[in-house]
Design a binder for this molecule. Structure first.
Ligand code: NAI
Ligand code: MG
Length: 335
C-alpha cells in the first residue's frame, strides 16, 4: 500500500504527521512517500505544484494532503495547488461528511454529507482582466459529463450508506445554462434510484437551512463553489473546522484532505486539531482502499478520544491540549 504525503503549508506540517502515526498503527506495511507543494514551495522553487509531485501522487494512487496557503491577490505563476491537483488527478467527487461528534460545539442529530463536484464550475481557473485590471471575468463551466458522474456518486453513496434523500443544490433560476444543466442531469440520474427521495434547493435557501436546521439534510449534491461554502457551514455543526474531514475521489486516485486550510493564525504553535486529517485518512481507508474495518477502528478511536473530554483549543478556547497530546490519546484508543 503506497501513500503520497503532501504536508503543504502552515498547520499541514503539524496535523499530517498525526494522521501518518494513526495510519501506521492500522496499516504497519504502509509505504509513505513525501512530496512538496504549496506556497513555501512556490517561494523556494517558483512552482507550487512540481511535476514530480503530481507524478508521485499518480503513481501512489493515494494522497494525504495537509493544506496550502494561497494568497487572495494575483501572483504571476501561482494558482492553488490542491484545486489543480484535484483536476489533474480527476478526483471528481469531493465527499464532505458532517456527523455529530462528542464535543460541546457539535449539534446533536446532524448526519449529512456534501457531495461536491470537484473539477469544474467556477474553479476551472479561467479568469482574466480588462480595463487595466478594473474588470475581472471568470468562466463557469458545467458539463453533462461531469454533472452525471457526480450525481451518480451522490446516489450510489446514498444507497451504500443507507441514506434516504439527495438534495440538489443550485442556482438554476439565475444561471439556467449552467446550474440549470446540473439540476436537469441530476434529476435524470435520480430516476434510476426510485428508493431515494430527490429534492432541490436554491443555494441561498440551502445556506439558510444549513444554519436554521442542518438535520434537514442528508446527501447534498452541489457544483464546486457551493459545495466549498456549504461544507464549511456544515463543519460548524460537526464541532468546527478542526474536526471536518474530506475525501477527493476519482476512478484511479483518491486524495484525503481536511476541509480546513493552513490556519496561519495558529500555525507553528503545535495546537492544531489533528481530528480532521485523521478522519480524512479514515475516509481513504473506507472509500478508496476498501478497508472499512480499519476505518471503523480509527473512527471509534477518535470518538473515544473526544469522549474523554480533553480537547485542543479550537473546541474549548484556552488551555487546550497540543496536537501531539491529542494524537497520543487517539493512538492509545486504537490499542
Ligand atoms: P482555515 O481553514 O485555514 O482557518 C479558519 C479558522 O479555523 C482559523 O481560525 C483556524 O485557526 C481554524 N482552524 C482551521 N483548521 C484548524 C485545526 N485543524 N485546528 C484548529 N483550528 C483550526 O481558513 P482561512 O484562514 O480562511 O485560510 C487560510 C489559508 O488556507 C488561506 O491561504 C487559504 O487559501 C488556505 N486554504 C487552503 C485549503 C486547502 O489547501 N485545502 C482549504 C481552505 C483554505
Ligand atoms: Mg474550502
Amino acid at each position: 500500500m503506497k501513500l503520497c504525503v503532501i504536508k503543504g503549508d502552515g498547520i499541514g506540517h503539524e496535523v499530517v504527521p498525526a494522521a501518518i502515526r494513526v495510519l501506521r498503527q492500522v496499516l504497519p506495511e504502509l509505504e509513505v512517500h513525501y512530496a512538496p507543494a504549496g506556497w513555501e514551495q512556490f517561494e523556494k522553487s517558483g512552482s507550487a505544484l512540481p511535476a514530480a509531485t503530481v507524478e508521485r501522487a499518480r503513481e501512489a494512487k493515494a494522497v494525504l494532503f495537509g493544506a496550502c496557503s494561497s494568497p487572495s491577490y494575483p501572483v504571476a505563476g501561482y494558482s492553488s495547488p490542491i484545486v489543480k491537483l484535484r483536476r489533474l488527478l480527476e478526483t471528481y467527487a469531493n465527499l464532505r461528511p458532517t456527523r455529530y461528534l462528542p464535543v460541546p460545539t457539535a449539534r446533536a442529530g446532524v448526519d449529512l454529507v456534501v457531495v461536491r463536484e470537484n473539477t469544474e464550475g467556477l474553479y476551472i481557473g479561467d479568469e482574466r482582466t480588462a480595463d487595466a485590471g478594473d474588470t475581472g471575468t471568470a468562466t463557469k463551466r458545467i458539463t453533462r459529463y461531469a454533472s452525471e458522474r457526480i450525481a451518480q456518486t451522490a446516489f450510489r453513496l446514498a444507497i451504500s450508506e443507507d441514506r434516504r434523500r439527495v438534495t440538489i443544490v443550485h442556482k438554476g433560476n439565475v444561471m439556467p445554462q449552467t446550474d440549470g444543466l446540473f439540476r436537469r442531469v441530476a434529476y435524470e440520474v435520480s430516476r434510476a434510484y426510485p428508493d431515494i427521495e430527490t429534492d432541490e434547493l436554491l443555494v441561498d435557501t440551502a445556506a439558510y437551512w444549513m444554519v436554521k436546521d442542518p438535520t434537514r439534510f442528508d446527501v447534498v449534491l452541489t457544483p464546486n463553489l457551493y459545495g466549498d461554502i456549504l461544507s464549511d457551514m456544515a463543519a460548524a455543526w460537526g464541532g468546527g473546522l478542526g474536526l471536518a474531514p474530506a475525501l477527493n475521489l476519482g476512478e484511479e486516485v483518491a486524495i484525503a484532505e481536511p476541509v480546513h486550510g493552513s490556519a496561519p493564525d495558529i500555525a507553528g504553535q503545535g495546537i492544531a486539531n489533528p481530528t480532521a486529517v485523521v478522519l480524512s485518512a479514515s475516509m481513504l481507508l473506507r472509500h478508496h482502499w476498501n478497508q472499512p474495518a480499519s476505518a471503523d477502528r480509527i473512527d471509534a478511536a477518535v470518538h473515544a478520544a473526544l469522549s474523554e473530554g480533553d480537547y485542543t483549543a479550537d473546541i474549548l478556547g484556552t488551555n487546550g491540549m497540543s496536537t501531539e497530546e491529542f494524537t497520543d490519546i487517539i493512538c492509545r484508543h486504537l490499542g
